[in-house]
Design a protein around this ligand. Structure first.
Ligand SMILES: Cc1ncc(COP(=O)(O)O)c(C=O)c1O
Length: 493
């Protein structure tokens, strides 16, 4: 099955509706996530008393890029949360903008991907909240989003993630009451996660929400992130500006679907995928461990629409680690202020970049250099999570390299940002894309039970696969509305 299966399982659906009624859970539609101002007034009013990270079902309505940037009581804004990077920092004239994931519940946009995977199963009854656990295999944030959504929906969540991920992630999962399974290795040990997942698949009490293969992840990003990033461009563009490019590092490749939407709206836009140079699977069929947390590799995710990807950009993880320290230490921030003339607000915004956000910014700079983009070009990306998730990493770097100074900050800025070049990247020809797509065979057909016909469909049948999934948001929304109607929760709020 390549599109999302909406087959209804009547009995389990009844259980889910009963649970929603008991716990007063109203499910938002994809359309409401795009346009949160259309959420029911009662919901918007009640959110005035709810914290951004509270385990309160109303926070399902905050799975949107348009939250007011507030820890508590926030409403919604017209333009998604974004920042623009000053040229003094990036060293390129091209305008680089990024949507901010920090203001999602859990502090990361992955809560949207997990909603996209869970919602169809919940409203059809393919997942039974009474008898099943929701299992979230991930390299970190997706399982946090999944655990959060499970808690909001009254289901037991199980998070699977590599043992070497940052301490903050494990602490938080414990707090939210998720069962945690740590698999061997780091960031790029996705195969170990799949092995554990396959073991759990045999248990009928577990339902696996595999972000690397489930089209709900695609549906959510295409519809919610894609349209939101277009809103940002429309808000920032000046006369004569072009939307020249978008760059996203890939973990599950869900975020890459943002680019599929943008390429429809702005057909000349170039879409790049980023990965770690220390694990150059897309660029070079390569492998290895790396430190850009959140982008797992050594395989091509099933849901990566490779045929629509114009460029691959590899990021040296030493660059992102060095810049993490530059943006998040007192001396680094002094340099940004005194050396580069950044405003206090801009300096604060640099803490909205987690490690993969920094890698995304690096990709944008490399793309700008490659295409020699000008001040009339806009390149966009997302900041999946923020530096809050990496405090322990910053401490580790401080221990490893010693105290940071303004001199170190200047060197890091010059060496790891201003000196970025067009190395370790490639504009993808038809054959290059086919080579990358073909790599999916080894993970998905050989190991994970997909068929060759399905694999070929992802390449040859755009209408029956990618386009069809993108359009399924409407059907999903109809099912969500019917579910809410039957639970009667809106009347109870
Ligand atoms: C911090 C971080 N950055 C980037 C990504 C990659 O996003 P995607 O899975 O949509 O490719 C993830 C995925 O979990 C992440 O947690």
């Amino acid at each position: 099955m390549i599109t999302i299966d909406f087959t209804v399982h009547k009995e389990a659906r009844e259980h889910n509706i009963r649970k929603a009624r008991e716990n007063r859970i109203l499910i938002p539609t994809i359309s409401e996530m795009q346009h949160p101002e259309t959420a029911p007034e009662k919901v918007r009013e009640s959110l005035k008393n709810v914290g951004l990270w509270d385990v309160n079902p109303l926070n399902l309505f905050r799975i949107t890029w348009k939250n007011e940037p507030k820890e508590s009581g926030g409403q919604f804004r017209e333009v998604p949360n974004y920042i623009e990077f000053p040229s003094a920092l990036t060293g390129v004239p091209c305008r680089i903008v990024a949507m901010v994931g920090k203001w999602f519940p859990t502090g990361c946009h992955k809560v949207g991907a997990s909603f996209g995977c869970l919602a169809p199963a919940l409203v059809t009854g393919q997942f039974d909240v009474d008898s099943q656990k929701a299992v979230w295999p991930s390299t970190g944030n997706y399982c946090r989003g999944g655990a959060f959504n499970s808690a909001l929906l009254g289901a037991q969540g199980v998070a699977i993630l590599p043992a070497e991920m940052s301490r903050e992630r494990f602490d938080w999962l414990g707090e939210i009451g998720a069962e945690v399974i740590a698999t061997p290795g780091c960031e790029s040990n996705v195969k170990e996660i799949f092995d554990k997942t396959n073991e759990l698949k045999a248990d009928p009490n577990c339902m696996i929400f595999n972000q690397f293969e489930q089209m709900g992840n695609v549906l959510w990003h295409y519809n919610v992130s894609g349209n939101a990033l277009a809103d940002v461009f429309e808000a920032v563009k000046r006369p004569g500006d072009r939307f020249a490019g978008a760059c996203f590092t890939s973990g599950s490749a869900g975020t890459m679907s943002t680019g599929d939407r943008l390429k429809e709206l702005y057909p000349k836009l170039k879409l790049a995928v980023g990965e770690a140079l220390q694990c150059p699977t897309i660029l070079n069929n390569g492998f290895g461990g790396h430190r850009i947390e959140g982008i797992g590799d050594k395989h091509i995710p099933w849901i990566h629409n490779v045929k629509n990807t114009d460029m691959v950009i590899d990021v040296d993880d030493e660059d992102s680690q060095r810049l993490l320290r530059l943006f998040n230490t007192e001396e680094g921030q002094k340099y940004l202020k005194e050396g580069l003339g950044l405003q206090d607000e801009e300096i604060l915004q640099m803490t909205y970049l987690g490690i993969s956000g920094i890698a995304n910014l690096i990709c944008c700079i490399k793309m700008a250099r490659y295409y020699e983009l000008t001040e009339n070009d806009v390149v966009a990306t997302v900041l999946t999570d923020s530096a809050v998730m990496y405090r322990s990493r910053i401490e580790e770097l401080n221990e490893e390299y010693g105290a940071y100074s303004q001199k170190d900050a200047e060197i890091d800025h010059c060496l790891h940002m201003l000196a970025l070049k067009t190395d370790n990247m490639q504009e993808l020809s038809y054959l290059d894309r086919k080579r990358i797509h073909n790599l999916k065979y080894y993970t998905w057909v050989e190991q994970q039970g997909k068929t060759m016909e399905e694999l070929n469909a992802l390449w040859y049948d755009q209408k029956g696969t990618w386009d069809a999934v993108h359009q399924q948001a409407k059907e999903l929304d109809d099912m969500i509305r019917a579910f809410n109607e039957e639970s009667g929760v809106l009347k109870m709020l």
